[in-house]
Design a protein around this ligand. Structure first.
Ligand code: SAH
Ligand code: DHB
Ligand code: MG
Length: 216
């Protein structure tokens, strides 16, 4: 089997035009010593295309890190659109702020410093797209808090729901995995949030995205 990371590179060589700004953002995150856990390039573009496909004008992100996924998402916004992104770590928020300024997106992105649960209690939306990618223990709480802030037809995307298959390994009882299972249990009870999950491989190994629709 060809290494999935090499396959990402191959696909990128056709699908992702060279992008000096994104490369600078990637480099700045690495130079600042942030953990290399941002979405991959191809995944970032998936988020970007989803946002454009639904013509998202207001986007909520939970988990900013260095602003890499925020850059992809904010670039999908029309003039006057806004991304609200939540980050608990002041150093991450600082790196993200510099990156978003560098990318010329600071006018369209608000970084909300603090625990996302507190920020969500203050935000009003209505959001067209929500990307959940912070502390996995709180996934279900974030979906519960985000749903009323969404317009009917909004899309929820949750990162890291597979964790190398750990989600389906009953022996794995780590808090992260339990958090993903609580999210799955919540969705199983909520026909108003029809959902699916897509397993992914690539530079980030074996993982997956969950997608849920805030049905009318
Ligand atoms: N979405 C980013 C990666 C996010 S990594 C990207 O793909 O580029 C997860 C981030 O969530 C980290 O920066 C971490 O500090 C933040 N985080 C963890 N717990 C949080 C909380 N309770 N509230 C807000 N942010 C949190
Ligand atoms: C990891 C990856 C992520 O996308 C994330 O949000 C958190 C952690 C990881 O690979 O450890
Ligand atoms: Mg993630």
């Amino acid at each position: 089997m060809v290494d999935p990371a090499a396959v990402d590179g191959y696909l990128e060589s056709f699908l992702l035009p060279p992008d000096a700004v994104l490369a600078e953002v990637e480099n700045a995150c690495a130079a600042a010593g942030l953990p290399a856990i941002a979405v991959s390039r191809l995944q970032g573009r998936l988020l970007h295309l989803l946002a454009r496909a639904i013509r998202a004008e207001r986007i909520l992100e939970i988990g900013t890190l260095g602003g890499y996924s925020a850059t992809w998402l904010a670039r999908a916004l029309p003039a006057g659109g806004q991304l609200d992104t939540c980050e608990i770590d002041p150093r991450h928020a600082e790196v993200a702020a510099a990156n978003l300024t560098r990318a010329g997106l600071d006018g369209q992105v608000a970084i909300h410093l603090g625990p996302a649960a507190d920020t969500l209690a203050r935000l009003t939306g209505p959001y067209d797209l929500v990307f959940i990618d912070a502390d996995k223990e709180s996934n279900a709480d974030y979906v519960r808090a985000a749903q009323p802030l969404c317009r009917p037809g909004a899309l929820l995307v949750v990162d890291n729901v597979v964790r190398r298959g750990a989600v389906a390994d009953a022996a794995d009882q780590t808090p992260m995995v339990l958090g993903v299972r609580r999210l799955l249990e919540l969705l199983a009870q909520h026909p108003s949030l029809p959902a699916t999950a897509v397993q992914t491989v690539g530079t980030k190994g074996h993982d997956g995205f969950l997608l849920a629709l805030v049905a009318d």
